[in-house]
Structures are given as structure tokens and as C-alpha cells.
Design a protein around this ligand. Structure first.
Ligand code: RNT
Ligand code: ZN
Length: 414
């Protein structure tokens, strides 16, 4: 009997359906953010990041051109199991001869078609999209959709509208609805004199952007935040604002794991939203003391998030995307680690006696819940994970492959 067969039996003795878990895991897609590869710089003219977010580190090999970024993503994808989508930001437009002539308010699908072609080429099952409301000269005093300057606000409204149209084409081309996530950095470093007006302007801006979009192919989402670097005192789009906005508009909330107060956790918010919304989107990240966007690893909060998805049978209701950017380590290693960690967490959750645990809660038997949770931590789930990988022609020895690529490709980029 193979090691896998033995481990499978150990699980089956606990009434856990191992084959069911492997099958279920291979049907859940993870949206892989393109921006880990180049430290969130993009192709449309910016050379630095702004908006209260930051990459730290200067590990060699950052992708400097679209060709380099595509090559890196393709390599990273080859080491990631499961179904993947590609998450693209508007600043990653292929402008070609429009460079310097067409600005973000007038981007069209043609500027992103190369992403769709690429996504198909590497077997991604969908493309997601994000308007880029940062790192651009039209941000006035750090503000976009909430700006008191009408021309500025108008420019960014038009950007939002343009992005919804592009997303519709992306969705159709991929035959999979495109999540369009709206995040803006707008806020103030110091205590504002007027908290309401910026929020009313943001609301009006969103109303205009969302006036008209294709409901079949586009899933709009709004991402709240508690604070950013240099924007410590006030964020226009905070949690209360966007949850009410999304609910009033029938759109989706996106929860970023780094966007709440340090003792709040996204794992506890998912069920609250599932009670009211058909879909919930995630930016799985790893905040270390602040919204630091560390690489996602298999930590307790990730496991807890995965349990919420699995136990609530929300595989098709929670849209999983990753959002981190680490420039201090090999960027492909960062990508692959995060995707694998997410899938490991889902698998771990699928291999728990979830029905029994629920039942025990209703019987108020927290003694046995604790016992079982601890017992299952040392069950041989690693063997099931390896089997899942093996069935896709992968294994756990992938770092050498990344190191080889670093030597042969990344280190030659100086
Ligand atoms: C910033 C938000 C936002 C960005 C990406 C690049 O705090 O998390 O989602 O990280 O859109
Ligand atoms: Zn995010």
C-alpha cells in the first residue's frame, strides 16, 4: 500500500472523504495578483508606488517589462497547483502607440487584450480586473473619487467606467465573470475637519461609475480599509461606508485581511457577510503589525478563513484572490508560496470532521471540539496534499526550479 493509501485509510477511519476533498480542492480557483512580480509598478508610466501602500526590499530580478512579467508569471504558474485566475490592475495596460496620448480615463479593452491572450495561453480560468486609483499625476492631494476638485473626480469616475467596460470584455473573452475591485487610497494624515463631505462625494462617484455595467460578466466589489501610511487619521472608504454602500447597491464587499484593526479578523467577518450577500470577495494577505502585505503562509488565520469557506459550502460564493507584495525575497517564491498556502489551508479544512464539530457546538460540547481540533492537527494531511500535487504532475521540491530560473533569468536583469 502506498503512503497515500495508508494515510487515506487513517482519514477514512475518521469518516473523512479524502477523494472528495481532493476533487473539491481542484475545483476552487485562486486569483493570482500580477503585481507581486514588479512591486506594484505597472506599465503605464509610474516609477514608484503611492497611496499609503508600500513594498519593502530590493531583491534582484524585478520584472521591468511586460515580457519579463509574463515570463515570470508563466514560470510561477507552472509550479502552482489547482485552478488559477489572473488578477490585473489597470496600470498594467499595454499602451503601445497610445503611450503618452491615452490616459487612464480612456483605456479600452485593446490595451488589455494581451493579458487575456496570455491568461488563455497559460491555462488561467479567468481574469479579474482593478481600476488603479493611485500612482498617477491625476491624484490630487492624494485623493481620487472623493476629491473636492471636480475635474479630478471626473477623471477618476471616467477611469472607473472605462474599467467596467474593459472587464465586460475580459469576462466574455474568458467565459468567466470578471471581478472588478474598487479600492481607493483617499484619506487624510491628520484629523479631518469634515468627515462627511468626502464620503458623500465618494458615494456620488460610485453611483455614476456603477450606473451601467454588464451584470452577466462583471462582478463589482468595494474594498474598505482602516488606514494607510501617511493616511493615518481618516480613510474615506472605511468598512462601514462600503458595507452599507454594497448592500444598498447589491454589489459585493471585498475583505482584505490587512485592512482591519489588529484584533479583528476577516475569518470572523465572512459568515456575517454570507448572511446578507450572495458573494464575498477576499484579498488574502498577511498583515504583520500593519497592512504590510507579507506573503501568505499557512498560519492560523489562513486556516480559519479556509474553514469558513469550506464549512459554509461557500466554494462558489467566496471569491478568493491574493494581495501581497514582497520585494525582499525571490518574487516567484513569494507567488508560489502564497497560492500553495491558500490551497493547503482549504485542503486542511476539508479534512476536518466538520459536521461532527458543528453538532458538538450545538450540544455545547466544547471539550470535545478542542480535543478533535488538536487531534486533527497532527493527522497526516501532508500525504494527501502531496497526492493532490502528484496528480497534477507537481511535488514539494519546487524551490530548485525557482533558483534555477533566478540564476538563468532573474539575475541577468541588471
Ligand atoms: C491596498 C489594497 C489594494 C492593493 C492592490 C494593489 O491596501 O489592499 O487592494 O493592495 O489593489
Ligand atoms: Zn487589497
Amino acid at each position: 500500500m502506498s503512503f497515500y493509501e495508508e494515510c487515506k485509510r487513517i482519514y477514512e477511519a475518521q469518516n473523512i472523504d479524502v477523494e472528495g476533498a481532493i476533487g473539491r480542492l481542484s475545483n476552487i480557483s485562486v486569483s493570482v495578483h500580477c503585481w507581486q512580480g514588479d512591486d506594484v509598478i505597472g506599465f503605464d508610466g509610474s516609477d514608484s508606488l503611492s497611496g499609503g501602500i508600500q513594498t519593502t526590499g530590493n531583491y534582484p530580478g524585478r520584472a521591468r517589462t511586460p515580457e519579463e512579467l509574463f515570463a515570470d508569471i508563466e514560470k510561477a504558474f507552472s509550479l502552482m497547483p489547482g485552478k488559477k485566475r489572473i488578477n490585473v490592475h489597470a496600470c498594467y495596460a499595454f499602451l503601445g502607440e497610445d503611450k503618452g496620448k491615452v490616459d487612464r480615463d480612456a483605456y479600452t479593452y485593446k490595451h488589455f487584450k494581451p493579458w487575456v491572450d496570455f491568461a488563455k495561453k497559460i491555462g488561467a480560468v479567468g481574469v479579474d480586473f482593478n481600476p488603479t486609483f493611485f500612482a498617477h499625476p491625476k491624484m490630487k492631494d492624494g485623493l481620487s473619487l472623493s476629491s473636492p476638485d471636480e475635474e479630478t473626480r471626473r477623471f477618476w469616475i471616467n477611469h472607473g467606467k472605462a474599467c467596467l467596460k474593459i472587464a465586460e470584455e475580459m469576462g466574455k473573452a474568458m467565459n468567466s465573470p470578471c471581478l472588478v475591485n474598487i479600492w481607493i487610497p483617499d484619506g487624510y494624515k491628520d484629523i479631518p475637519a469634515d468627515r462627511l463631505s468626502p464620503r458623500l462625494r465618494l458615494k456620488a462617484s460610485l453611483d455614476e461609475i456603477l450606473q451601467d455595467y454588464n451584470k452577466e460578466w462583471v462582478i463589482p466589489a468595494v474594498e474598505s480599509k482602516v488606514f494607510g501610511i501617511g493616511l493615518e487619521s481618516y480613510t474615506v472608504g472605511n468598512n462601514e461606508f462600503y458595507q452599507n454602500y454594497a448592500s444598498s447597491k447589491g454589489i459585493c464587499c471585498l475583505l482584505d485581511t490587512g485592512h482591519y484593526h489588529p484584533t479583528e479578523v476577516v475569518s470572523d467577518k465572512i459568515s456575517s457577510l454570507l448572511a446578507f450577500y450572495e458573494k464575498v470577495a477576499l484579498h488574502v494577505s498577511r498583515p504583520v503589525r500593519w497592512d504590510s502585505d507579507h506573503v501568505v503562509i499557512l498560519d492560523d488565520e489562513l486556516k480559519e478563513i479556509a474553514k469558513e469557506i469550506v464549512r459554509n459550502n461557500a466554494d462558489n460564493r467566496v471569491i478568493i484572490g491574493l494581495d501581497y507584495f514582497d520585494a525582499s525575497i525571490n518574487r516567484l517564491c513569494a507567488w508560489v508560496t502564497g497560492v500553495r498556502a491558500m490551497q493547503k489551508a482549504l485542503l486542511f479544512a476539508m479534512l476536518l470532521p466538520n459536521e461532527e464539530l458543528k453538532q458538538l457546538q450545538d450540544e455545547n460540547n466544547f471539550t470535545k471540539i478542542m480535543y478533535l481540533n488538536e487531534k486533527f492537527k497532527s493527522m497526516p494531511w501532508g500525504a494527501i496534499w502531496e497526492e493532490y500535487l502528484a496528480r497534477q504532475g507537481l511535488d514539494e521540491n519546487w524551490l530548485e526550479e525557482v533558483q534555477k530560473y533566478e540564476r538563468e533569468v532573474l539575475l541577468k536583469r541588471n
